[in-house]
Design a binder for this molecule. Structure first.
Ligand code: SF4
Length: 208
């Protein structure tokens, strides 16, 4: 049977592969069009997401919608998900073993959607592609890895805790339409399909 986003959501809803299933009310597999050009990957569901089964519906989600609108995008045009699909208790950070256990679902989502641009929101999703990087150094700087342009950005919730980051986040997202245009163009031209490296150093970052 061919894989699908619906199939992944069904499996996530009953998954017991890591301890986070015990704090799950509703799994949050992610949402968006199956052919989205942009995929946003956050950290994990919070209280409101656990209640609703939808990603980014709390205050951080409102800010994310506002940011997307400011660059002419709607939530419906992008695929939004997290590195773990069930809520860490008390909104704690996801543990490495939980992220690893959940990685199979994210891998399948990326393989199905094949987004031109992947925006990592926060350090836990950033660490998948840039494990030794600091977000304060590389946010807003894209790197092409395989067929995706990976753009590390601060998590929108960071602006709620640290208002000075708000303008920084808006500025980084402001570059997204330009990144998307160039990523689509360079993929069409080169047909590059290199394997994703496991480790990237921040000083190796480059535009394309
Ligand atoms: S967080 Fe992921 S791996 Fe853990 S129980 Fe939920 S779906 Fe399964």
């Amino acid at each position: 049977m061919a894989d699908s986003l619906e199939q992944i959501a069904k499996e996530v809803a009953v998954c017991t592969n890591c301890p986070l299933h015990t704090s799950r009310i509703k799994a949050v597999p992610g949402e968006g069009p199956p052919d989205a050009q942009i995929m946003l990957i956050g950290e994990g569901p919070g209280f409101h997401e656990n209640q609703s089964g939808r990603p980014f519906v709390g205050a951080a989600g409102e800010f994310l919608s506002e940011i997307l609108q400011s660059i002419g995008l709607s939530r419906e045009e992008v695929f939004i998900c997290n590195v773990v699909k069930c809520r860490p208790p008390g909104n704690r950070d996801p543990e490495p073993l939980e992220i690893e256990a959940c990685r199979v679902y994210l891998d399948r989502q990326i393989a199905l959607i094949e987004p031109n641009v992947i925006v990592t929101l926060g350090r836990y999703s950033m660490a998948r592609w840039f494990p030794s990087a600091r977000i304060s150094r590389i946010h807003g700087t894209p790197r092409r890895i395989g067929r995706h342009l990976i753009v590390p950005m601060y998590h929108p919730a960071a602006a709620l805790h640290q208002p000075s980051l708000r303008q920084e986040i808006m500025k980084d997202f402001g570059k997204l339409p330009q990144f998307l245009a160039k990523a689509s163009q360079s993929w069409t031209e080169s047909g590059d399909d290199a394997t994703e490296p496991e480790s990237e150093q921040p000083q190796q970052l480059s535009l394309f």
